[in-house]
Design a protein around this ligand. Structure first.
Ligand code: FES
Length: 108
C-alpha cells in the first residue's frame, strides 16, 4: 500500500465534564475527525490523505488539536467549519492554514 502524502492526527481525547484541563473531545474533536474523514471520502483523496484519531497532545485547552506529517505542522482550535479550508489549502494546495497554526515549541 503506498504511503499517503499527508497524515493528519486529530485529538479526540475525552475527559469527564468538569476536568480542569478540558479536552479536545469536549471541544468537538470527534466532529472534526468525522468532517476530515467525510472530506477525504467526498473529494476522493484516498492515497493522498490519511486521517487518524489520537489521544492527548498536550495543549488541551487550545483544542481541537491536530498535527500533520510529514511536515509536523500543528493546528489548534480546529472546528468542523475549518476542515474544508484545511483540505483545500494544505492537502490540495500544500499550504498549511496559518491562522490555525500552533508552535509546539510553546510546550517547553
Ligand atoms: S485533549 Fe487534545 S490535546 Fe489534550
Amino acid at each position: 500500500m503506498p504511503q499517503p502524502k499527508y497524515h493528519f492526527f486529530v485529538c479526540t481525547n475525552q475527559r469527564p465534564p468538569g476536568h480542569p484541563k478540558g479536552s479536545c473531545g469536549q471541544l468537538g474533536g470527534g466532529e472534526v475527525f468525522m468532517k476530515m474523514f467525510e472530506q477525504l471520502d467526498q473529494k476522493n483523496l484516498w492515497g493522498t490523505l490519511k486521517v487518524t484519531q489520537t489521544g492527548c497532545m498536550g495543549p488541551c485547552m487550545a483544542g481541537t488539536m491536530m498535527v500533520c506529517y510529514p511536515e509536523g505542522a500543528w493546528y489548534q482550535g480546529v472546528k468542523p467549519s475549518d476542515v474544508e479550508e484545511i483540505i483545500e489549502s494544505h492537502v490540495k494546495g500544500g499550504k498549511p492554514v496559518e491562522r490555525l497554526a500552533f508552535d509546539p515549541a510553546m510546550l517547553g
